[in-house]
Each structure stands twice: as C-alpha cells, then as structure tokens.
Design a protein around this ligand. Sequence first.
Ligand code: NI
Ligand code: MN
Length: 228
Amino acid sequence: MRLRYLGHSCFLLEAAGVRFVFDPFLTDNPTAPADATPASIACDYLLVSHAHDDHCGDAEAIARAHGATIIANFELAEYYASRGLKTLALNPGGARSLAFGRVKLTLAHHSSSIGTGASPVYMGSPCGVLLEVEGRRIYHAGDTALFLDMQLIGRGGLDLAMIPIGDAFTMGPEDALDALDLLRPALAVPMHFNTWPDIVQDGDGFSARAAARGHPVRAMKPGETLEF
Ligand code: NI
Ligand code: MN
C-alpha cells in the first residue's frame, strides 16, 4: 500500500484499490504540496477525525468533486448529510465492515467544533480512526492528548500509526513518545507539526528519540510517498 503525506494531518492512502484521505485539509494548509487540490485528490472515502477546519476544511470540496463518502462521528456526518453528501456515521468504539475491510472510530481527547469566534457549533466527539485493509491495521490518532487507553488501540497490533507531535493543541513530542510505548506500532509517522509557528517541532529529532526507545518512526516531508 501507498501513503502520501499532504501536510499537517492530511494523508492519502491507497490500499486494496481504494483511495482514502485522512483529515482533508489542503486549501488553507501552508504545507500542502502545490499539486494537491480538491480536484486532483481523487478519493473514495474521507476519514474525518473531528470538525476543526484543519482536519475537515476540504472534506466537502473533495467529496463533491469525486463522489466520495465522508466517514465521521455522528454529528459531523449528519452535518455533511444535510449538505447533500454521502456519509457513514460512527461513534467512538463503533466499527463497520465495508467492501475494503473495516473502519472503526476510537477515542481521542480533544474538542470538535465548526466555526470560530463567539459561537462555535459543537460537533460531537473528536475521534481517531482505525482502518483495517489488506489485512493490515492503520491508526490515525486525529488530534489528541496522550491517554492510557491507547494500550487498547494497540491491542492486536498496528502496522502504521500517524500521531500528532505539535504540542499546544495536541500531545507534544514527550507525550507522543509515551504514546508509542502504549501503541507499539510497527511504524509511526508524526503529524500536526510545522504547519504554523505555534506547532514547530523537530520531526527527525523525534524519530531519533523514538528509535532509541525501540520505535521505528519516519518523519515524512509533505508531498513524500511511502510504500509499505
Ligand atoms: Ni483539532
Ligand atoms: Mn488540529
């Protein structure tokens, strides 16, 4: 399978002939590759961890351009359904088997709202996404703090984990190292850093520190592709 990093927490995964986009955020993403636009990113499923704009900003545009199905928590899925889009609603702990395999939403400790300023609209629970495809298990943590129940997410093994390290809004590198101890993925890719000045981190430094603790980590550059 093939994973392309589109900057921030946005990834395109191609597996079993199906194209998944995790946390679609291209238009206002200063780190998105120039060739990655809603029109150019053909996809079948959009996996949206929560309602913050830096995770779903291009969900509607991509879904409309390619007829993709948006998978998200119940409230956010209802919102997109009301906009005439194809959706699949889940909530944390719940999974569905689909033609490609299985998708489950996990806990995440964060917030989830649309709109800024005085009146944000709350949009259900923030989530992580656990995808089973081609017999492999792939976890995208969304935005989250470190939490001990990550042990449960790692149960059964993870082939790949995408975890935030930016700090400020999510766990930072220290807590992300502890998260790797709980998740124990075969490979981890850090995300949600270096997009803006308040979440600047050293991705390669994080990889080196993780390696010293026995965790393989690859800090991808936006635009880079990984075959695994
Ligand atoms: Ni967020
Ligand atoms: Mn975020």
